[in-house]
Design a protein around this ligand. Structure first.
Ligand code: NAP
Length: 316
């Protein structure tokens, strides 16, 4: 049995793992994909303090290496079901089964789909949710980025390094993205905006060759069609991965895990950190902060349960 199992190897999970391993807790991080999680799909991060500019892949790898350096073990597995209600926390993955004294859930969120006909069928064949993975396929071509938040604009600024032109399709006439990102996009003459518009359908034969947009102010329907292949990159937010927890853990109406300021869920010994948690600001820095808080409190929970005074709270 592990002391602490962390489900999810993104910034929140890896920070929790770093803190747990440094506190000499037997620590396992379960990650279903790449070490670093969703952040590995982010480009040009400029707001992580102390680091001028870094791609998510590099930041994720650095975080994972640091956690491993102190003894955290990382396995690749996808958690299928959990029983977190008892004193021993049981986790069933597709590869193995695991037990721990405390669990930290840090599985983040998945990209939100548009939900338009054709979107699912053409995923990987013109429709993408990851510019770092797919932007290079659109060298010299047109790309349509859907969304108006930080992700859409930041990724548009990355994709323009490859594409001939990037069109940002947004459902309003004002961006949600931060002012600095907006400024960079507005100042780039190869980035154009299609305002008040929503994707109605995506069509093609083998790959995408048509996208139908509707102006939600005028009702005008427009077909984007090209003889050359073009890309559609969707960045319209994220939806949390809480399905396997919802019967045991309190979840908000938006399906995020509800915690207190100490990252405690309604279950003793079960904590949540990062984007999966109900909160208003979702940044890498506060995901990492959540991970540290969850880890310290998981350590405290174990030490108190075992009758040891938690070292962090020992009075001198
Ligand atoms: P977000 O901030 O929730 O923005 C989502 C965007 O997509 C909004 O502009 C929204 O339009 C639009 N949208 C939502 N649902 C839609 C739908 N069904 N159809 C069409 N458009 C839709 O999501 P995000 O940009 O992915 O960012 C997620 C979090 O990560 C945010 O907290 C963000 O600040 C953070 N982030 C930060 C950075 C950075 O600091 N550099 C980079 C990336 C992400 P409306 O504006 O009309 O609602």
């Amino acid at each position: 049995m592990y002391d602490i199992i962390i489900i999810g190897g993104g910034p929140a999970g890896l920070t929790a793992g770093l803190y747990a391993a440094r506190a000499k807790k037997d620590t396992l991080i379960i990650e279903k994909g790449i070490e670093g999680g969703q952040v590995t799909e982010t480009t040009g991060i400029e707001n992580y303090p102390g680091i001028d500019k870094i791609d998510g892949t590099d930041l994720g790898k650095k975080m994972a290496d640091q956690a491993k350096k102190f003894g955290a073990k990382i396995v690749m597995d996808e958690v299928d079901s959990v029983d977190l209600t008892g004193e021993v926390k049981k986790i069933k993955g597709f590869m193995d089964e695991y037990e721990a004294k405390a669990v930290i859930i840090a599985t983040g969120a998945n990209p939100r789909p548009i939900g338009a006909p054709g979107e699912k069928e053409f995923k990987g064949r013109g429709v993408s949710y990851c510019s770092l993975c797919d932007a290079a396929f659109y060298e010299g071509q047109d790309v349509y980025v859907i969304g108006g938040g930080d992700s859409a604009v930041q990724e548009a600024l990355f994709i323009i390094n490859f594409a001939k032109k990037v069109y940002i399709v947004h459902r309003r006439d004002e961006l949600r993205a931060s002012k600095d990102l907006q400024e960079k996009a507005f100042n780039n003459d190869r980035i154009e905006f299609i305002w008040n518009s929503e994707v109605v359908e995506i069509k093609g034969e083998k790959i995408v060759d048509e996208m139908i947009l509707k102006n939600n102010q005028t009702g005008e329907v427009k077909s984007i069609k090209s003889d050359n292949p073009f890309g559609i990159f969707v960045f319209i937010g994220y939806v949390p991965n809480t399905d396997i927890y919802k019967d045991q853990i309190n979840i908000s109406d938006e399906k995020y895990i509800i915690t207190d300021d100490e990252m405690r869920t309604n279950l003793p010994g079960v904590f949540a950190a990062g984007d999966i948690r109900q909160k208003t600001v979702r940044q890498i820095i506060n995901a990492a902060g959540d991970g540290a808080i969850a880890s310290i409190n998981a350590q405290k929970y174990i030490d108190e349960a075992e009758g040891n005074l938690y070292e962090g709270f020992k009075e001198e």
